[in-house]
Design a protein around this ligand. Structure first.
Ligand code: 13P
Ligand code: SF4
Length: 307
């Protein structure tokens, strides 16, 4: 890494000087993930970290909804996102006004929102979930409301994948992740044919037939743990490209087959804009207080569930 060493050193120096931490999502490129990230993980782990961290400044090396989640949970801290263009196709697919209409139409059913949404959507929902606890959240809220039907927005594929794991009826929304919706069951067959014995792991934002054809599905951190715990000879991660790079670096004995799709939003975060972010303290995430308190209630309801 000689070319980037000065950049890395300056970021790490500024973190100390300004009492800042970098929360790095599993989809960050290895330079960010391994060399400047203080806490690494999936959306749920980063949310828990934001709530607990003691620094004055949180730099979110991830996408905008993740930075909003940090600000919702840690309002007294300065939360910065290095690029305002780091969005998410799921978060862009639904608004708080949409959720209000859903609630008018189905007043008797609880609304669960995937964390990949904006603060105004979270503020309208009863509880949030992530890819690592979606089925658990749906079952818990159904029990609390004494209902057999739950609304889970905005990812139609996550909703169908959760529905396959529970008897609860799920009403959803036509959102999709632009990265994971590109994988198909045909890809899985072709991979098995080209790489006999390969273990295929998929993220639950993939379409249901992909998950049915895969060997294991889970959140980004669950996929990483699966590789760590099982040390397969050959593995494919049907998820964002940088995951394989980061998991491969931790598991040198495992061969990675790499058909992967890039998340253009995650890739907006670079070492260069992390440095600018720390020097100029930009871009600060600000959330209307009334909305923040309502959104926090939905996240707290999720965080209160047993781990
Ligand atoms: P995880 O919560 O599994 O890290 O997923 C976040 C995400 O954006 C996946 O596309
Ligand atoms: Fe959103 Fe998909 Fe990118 Fe994750 S990978 S941030 S769900 S667009």
């Amino acid at each position: 890494w000689p070319a980037i060493a000065p950049l890395v050193a300056e970021i790490n120096r500024l973190k100390e000087e300004k009492n800042a931490v970098i929360l790095a999502h599993n989809y960050m490129t290895p330079d960010i993930f391994r060399l400047v990230g203080d806490f690494r993980g999936d959306s749920l782990q980063l949310a828990r970290e934001a709530a607990a961290v003691e620094a004055d400044i949180i730099v979110q090396a991830g996408v905008h909804f993740m930075a909003e989640t940090s600000k919702i949970l840690a309002p007294q801290k300065t939360v910065l996102i290095p690029s305002l263009e780091a969005g998410c196709s799921l978060a862009a697919s639904i608004t708080g006004a949409d959720v209000r209409l859903i609630k008018q139409r189905y007043p008797d059913y609880p609304v669960v929102t995937y964390v990949n949404t904006t603060a105004d959507v979270k503020a309208e929902c009863h509880i949030t979930c992530t890819s690592s606890n979606a089925a658990q959240v749906v079952e818990a809220i159904a029990k609390e409301w004494d209902t057999d039907t739950v609304i889970l927005v905005p990812d139609q594929y996550l909703a169908k994948n959760v529905a396959a794991q529970t008897d609860i009826r799920i009403i959803t929304w036509p959102g999709a992740c632009e990265v994971h919706e590109l994988f198909s069951a045909d890809d899985v067959s072709q991979l098995r044919e080209a790489h006999p014995g390969v273990v295929i792991l998929a993220h639950p934002e993939c379409p249901p037939d992909v998950l049915q054809a895969a060997d294991f599905a889970g959140s980004t951190s669950a996929l990483a743990s699966y590789v760590q715990d099982n040390s397969p000879n050959k593995v494919v991660l049907l998820t964002e490209c940088s995951m394989s790079d980061n998991v491969a670096a931790e598991n040198p004995g495992v061969n990675f087959v790499r058909p992967c799709n890039l998340c253009p939003h995650m890739k907006r975060i670079t070492l260069e804009n992390i440095l600018d972010c720390l020097i100029e303290l930009k871009h600060e995430v600000v959330i209307d207080e009334e909305m923040r308190v309502k959104a926090k209630a939905a996240i707290d309801a999720m965080l209160a569930l047993p781990k």
